[in-house]
Write a protein that binds this ligand. Structure first.
Ligand code: FAD
Length: 572
């Protein structure tokens, strides 16, 4: 019997790596994005033995760079893809109410109308259908139905909008997620159900017996060591890297291509509104999404054929987003308002359409050779369906009868009993000495696991202090990121455990040194390593900022590649 834990600290990583060397696993999942972590949880919760390998960090690929919406996708209605919308709306309700109510929350959007009668009819009919599809598949997760607003009411809700930018509006509800933390919660939940999960492990080769894949050769990017992980079935869940991994067996039926999407982050006080906004563009839509003390504005949709690890946003991308949002803002945004920028790559199944933005985000699962199942495409919202399909297919190759997927009734780490802990937030504030607003912020990020963080503070009251340069977060959160959440480098903390790298004008540079000092205690860093890690983070930010001043993708990519990945340095 393997001890289960949601704690992904250095000791757990060492134990997991040892298990990977020793055991033969039913399922080895390659890729620690939402799909791979979801597949690891799906398999572990069916009672299978599971290992998950991620070459960088959980959610370091696309799964931390999305629009962070859990949605049916109103624009897919126009493509008449009702089954996709219905499925996504069912998932939306499940995530909101049962699987992760701490990480997934309602968000409303205003759809400004610019034509009087026909547009209100058309948009109203579409959103009625959206609401009905949601209710047809359950209770819509408690989200209200859409509402029609006059211009006066819309402007009262969003005074930032230009008076002449709308004749009225329709308001509808969807949900939003902390995407990086959700993926991390999946990994921790998989570990709680017995999976061995670790980051900085790159699959470099497949082990074969004849044609059959029987395992993966792995390089540990922290130690440089290579070892084999033996598997009855391997699941390739590597998003835009699908083809690269598939090339390791030399065969693949379906190809995945990448489309780049860029988002800007601006301070909340730069846009005076109590609701998100959705705007039409020539080819797609643009969202203005509330995000704590910030707004996220995005996204673009352009083909990307350059390096996949660090897609660069160019000045052209930023200009495009500012130009579109400024069409409706009374007080236009400028480059000086941009606190953060991030770019992600959509893994799209190739060959369906030349235009990336007209593709529906559907997924595929296939077996290129015996022992290797590949899953790709889809969208964040429907990761659970993708994961279940992948493990269903992998299960056919196992000699035993495998139970059906039960992730629909498996809450994520931090979710169980969340409402009760939320209701006790006043008490938690008075016993911990933290302001109730801090407790709420913690509860929204860690759910019921907040108590573990408060225990750290009880043991070392200095950890109650905010992080210098990133005052929205506490020192305890940095320590917890390394001791419980598998963070191994500054970037893991500033980009994915927290979002300091997109929420501060200096992109987290001032916080890098204090964060390194806090991590050093948990990860055993000496002065030299602290210096190296801080330098690495600063170079990364400098390269990113420079890339965002370049005119196009080619020059932006060249500038971004000026700084290497922290994990690829010595052992990549
Ligand atoms: C701009 C943008 C906006 C989006 N907005 C939304 C949205 O609002 N809502 C929504 O539902 N969906 C959205 N999506 C889609 C969604 O984000 C993706 O479909 C999803 O995150 C893909 O997850 P994944 O796990 O398949 O891929 P990834 O998250 O990229 O994970 C793949 C992982 O595999 C790892 N890997 C690669 N090669 C190896 C190897 N050899 N060994 C070990 N590990 C390896 C990578 O490091 C990576 O972490 C958006 C996507 C983009 C780009």
């Amino acid at each position: 019997m393997t001890a289960s834990t949601t704690t992904l600290g250095p000791a757990a990583r060492a134990a997991f790596v040892q298990r990977m060397r020793d055991e033969v696993f039913d399922i080895v999942v390659v890729g620690g994005g939402v799909t791979g972590c979801g597949a690891a949880l799906d398999a572990a919760a069916r009672g299978l033995s599971v290992a998950l390998l991620e070459k960088r960090d959980f959610a370091a690929g696309t799964s931390s760079r999305s629009s962070k919406l859990i949605h049916g996708g109103v624009r897919y209605l126009e493509q008449l893809n009702f089954s996709l919308v219905r499925e996504a709306l069912r998932e939306r309700a499940l995530l909101l109410t049962r699987l992760a109510p701490h990480l997934v929350q309602p968000v409303s959007f205003l759809y400004p109308l610019t034509h009087r009668a026909w547009e209100r009819l058309y948009v109203g009919a579409g959103l009625s259908l959206y609401d009905n599809l949601a209710r047809g598949s359950g209770d819509a997760g408690g989200l209200p139905r859409h509402q029609h607003l006059s211009r006066r009411k819309a402007l009262a809700l969003a005074p930032a909008l230009r008076r002449d930018a709308l004749v009225g509006a329709v308001r509808y509800w969807d949900a939003q997620v902390d995407d990086a933390r959700y993926t991390l919660a999946l990994a921790r939940t998989a570990a709680a159900h017995g999976a061995a999960v670790a980051t900085s492990l790159r699959a470099v080769r497949f082990r074969r017996e004849g044609e059959r894949v029987v395992g993966v050769q792995v390089r540990d990017l922290e130690s440089g060591q290579e070892f084999d992980v033996r598997a009855r079935q391997v699941v390739n869940a590597t998003g835009v890297w699908t083809d690269d991994v598939q090339q390791l067996v030399g065969r693949g039926r379906i190809r995945v291509r990448a489309s780049k999407g860029v988002h800007l982050v601006v301070p909340r006080d730069r846009i005076h509104a109590d609701s998100g906004v959705i705007l039409r563009t020539a080819t797609s839509v643009l969202f203005v999404i509330p995000w704590g003390r910030h707004w996220i504005i995005g996204t673009t949709d352009t083909e990307w054929k350059l390096g996949k690890a660090h897609p660069a946003a160019s000045r052209a991308d930023i200009d495009y987003l500012l130009a579109h949002v400024n069409r409706v803002l009374a007080e236009p945004l400028t480059h000086a308002d941009v606190e953060g920028v991030y770019a992600g790559l959509r893994p799209l199944l190739r060959g369906e359409s030349a235009e990336t933005s007209t593709l529906s985000r559907e997924h595929a699962v296939w077996q290129a050779v015996p022992g290797l199942v590949t899953v790709a495409g889809g969208k964040y919202t429907t990761y659970r369906v993708m994961a279940a399909d992948a493990i269903d297919m992998a299960s056919y190759g196992l000699a035993t009868r495998v139970p059906r997927s039960c992730t629909d009734v498996t809450p994520l780490a931090g979710a169980q009993g969340f409402q009760a802990v939320w209701n006790r937030r006043g008490t938690l504030a008075s016993t911990s000495g933290l302001h109730v607003a801090r407790i709420e912020h913690l509860l929204r990020r860690y759910g019921t696991l907040t108590v573990e963080l408060l225990q750290l503070i009880e043991l070392d009251p200095q950890l109650r202090a905010p992080v210098p340069g990133a005052e929205d977060y506490l020192a305890a959160e940095v320590v917890y990121a390394a001791s419980h959440e598998g963070a191994l480098h500054i970037d893991d903390v500033l980009t994915r455990r927290t979002h300091v790298s997109i929420e501060t004008f200096d992109r987290g540079v001032a916080a890098a040194e204090p964060v390194a000092q806090l991590l050093a205690g948990v990860l055993g860093w000496g002065d030299e390593q602290i210096k190296r890690e801080v330098e690495h983070y600063r170079l990364r930010v400098a390269a990113e900022v420079e890339s965002q001043q370049q005119a196009d993708d080619l020059t932006a990519d060249a500038a971004r590649l000026g700084a290497s990945d922290v994990r690829m340095g010595a052992h990549g």
